[in-house]
Design a binder for this molecule. Structure first.
Ligand SMILES: *Cc1c(COP(=O)(O)O)cnc(C)c1O
Length: 398
């Protein structure tokens, strides 16, 4: 059993709760599917042959361990020791594939023949189509009709990889409609289909399962910091939060280390109070979203508020239940960066370190100017993805 399968104090209860948040608020018809997963995921993940196959794929397919890079010029600028955890160097360009590799191995062991997933901007769809091609499994990706138009390159990638992209034509024709269609598909095909969720959201056991797959990020950071600094713990870990999977992975093995300050950065969009924002902890209240009790942006009568961010990956009206708990308990600090701050931070990283970050990641980078870390302090920023997919947006705004 590796560290990834042991349970931290901030871990989940058997019924899927993190403090007041989590659980599985699902329609009756989905219960058998979710229950099958709940009863089996920990058992499967603990099996030696699962771990051998998972670790081999992380190494040889994903390209792990990803480097922990000392950002010398950025460190000089901000007067502390800044390290970048290079998830941007993962196969497919972001951390998302850590989770899809793990889930496809679970699906295989549950004898599923087909994978279904939803995608907004297409990043999770590409990561899912990638592992389906690798394993020779049928792959159906639901995507809002409007998103299909807006994200043509990722649609082409999914199709190149052999996935079928099905348009969701109802409602606003975006992510939430795609989610509904994918759920419907799963309800109608419970025996042979596994649904791959792309972040630490959804009904239990998804948030916990995804966090455990992404926990490899902090497991590696600890080892790499021992090599580079002689101690496993940094003083700060910074990560951006959409649903919260890259942050959960980067925080996971530091949750029980109170000396490590955990900093989560959400998307403020055009400003927290502008009416065009995705700063969930600043604007949201407790409620049920996508099968779990969490904090979400909602109107007084409980309607979900349409989120906005320049980055598609942070454009989500909630956060995973683990983050709602980390926020409420005060274990992690939550801040928000605007579109403009993120654009400036991505240009800064590009020009200072020769790394073009994803727009999502740039939100975490934007918090550096407010951090005021001391010269001997170690700051690790989770560089969740690379910026190639965002070049059009960068060209438009910079
Ligand atoms: C999808 C994505 C995110 C946001 O998702 P989380 O689950 O919050 O990690 C962040 N960064 C990149 C590069 C992404 O592709």
């Amino acid at each position: 059993m590796t560290e990834t399968t042991t349970k931290p104090a901030f871990g989940v209860t058997e019924r899927g709760y993190y403090g007041d948040f989590g659980g599985a608020y699902i329609p009756e018809m989905l219960y058998p599917n979710v229950e099958e997963l709940r009863q089996n995921y920990l058992k499967i993940m603990a099996e030696p042959d699962f771990q051998i196959e998972f670790q081999a794929l992380l190494r040889d397919f994903v390209g792990r361990p990803t480097p922990l890079f000392f950002a010398k010029r950025l460190s000089e600028k901000y007067g502390c020791k800044i390290y970048l955890k290079r998830e941007d160097l993962c196969h497919t360009g972001a951390h998302k594939v850590n989770n899809t590799v793990g889930q496809i191995l679970i699906a295989k062991r549950l004898k599923k023949q087909r994978i279904v997933a939803e995608t907004g901007a297409g990043q999770h769809g590409v990561a899912t189509a990638t592992v389906c091609a690798l394993m020779g499994m049928e792959c159906i990706i639901y995507m809002g009709e409007l998103d299909i138009e807006r994200q043509a390159p990722n649609v082409a990638r999914m199709q190149m990889l052999g996935a079928e992209v099905r348009p969701a034509k109802s409602g606003s024709k975006t992510l939430k409609d795609a989610t509904n269609e994918a759920m419907r598909h799963w309800i109608n095909n419970p025996v042979d289909t596994h649904y791959i969720i792309g972040s630490v959201v959804g009904p239990h056991p998804y948030p916990d399962m995804v966090a455990r797959f992404q926990a490899v990020i902090s497991e590696e950071i600890k080892k790499q910091l021992v090599e580079k600094e002689g101690r496993p713990n940094p003083d700060y870990v910074l990560a951006c939060v959409g649903g919260g999977s890259n942050a959960a992975g980067a925080f996971y093995h530091f949750l029980d280390e109170p000396s490590v300050r955990l900093i989560a950065v959400e998307a403020a969009g055009r400003g927290i109070d502008s009416g065009h924002s995705a700063a969930t902890t600043a604007l949201g209240k407790p409620g049920i979203l996508h099968g779990s009790r969490t904090i979400l942006m909602q109107t007084n009568d409980g309607q979900v508020v349409e989120p906005y961010s320049i980055s598609a990956g942070l454009d989500y009206p909630g956060i995973g239940p683990i983050h709602a708990h980390l926020f409420k308990s005060g274990r992690a600090e939550f801040y928000a960066a605007t579109d403009q701050e993120a654009l400036e931070a991505s240009l800064e990283l590009s020009r200072t370190e020769g790394i073009i970050p994803a727009l999502e990641t740039a939100h975490a980078l934007a918090y550096l100017k407010n951090l005021n870390a001391k010269p001997h302090e170690i700051v690790v920023i989770n560089l969740s993805g690379r910026g190639d997919k965002d070049l059009n947006t960068y060209m438009k705004h910079l």
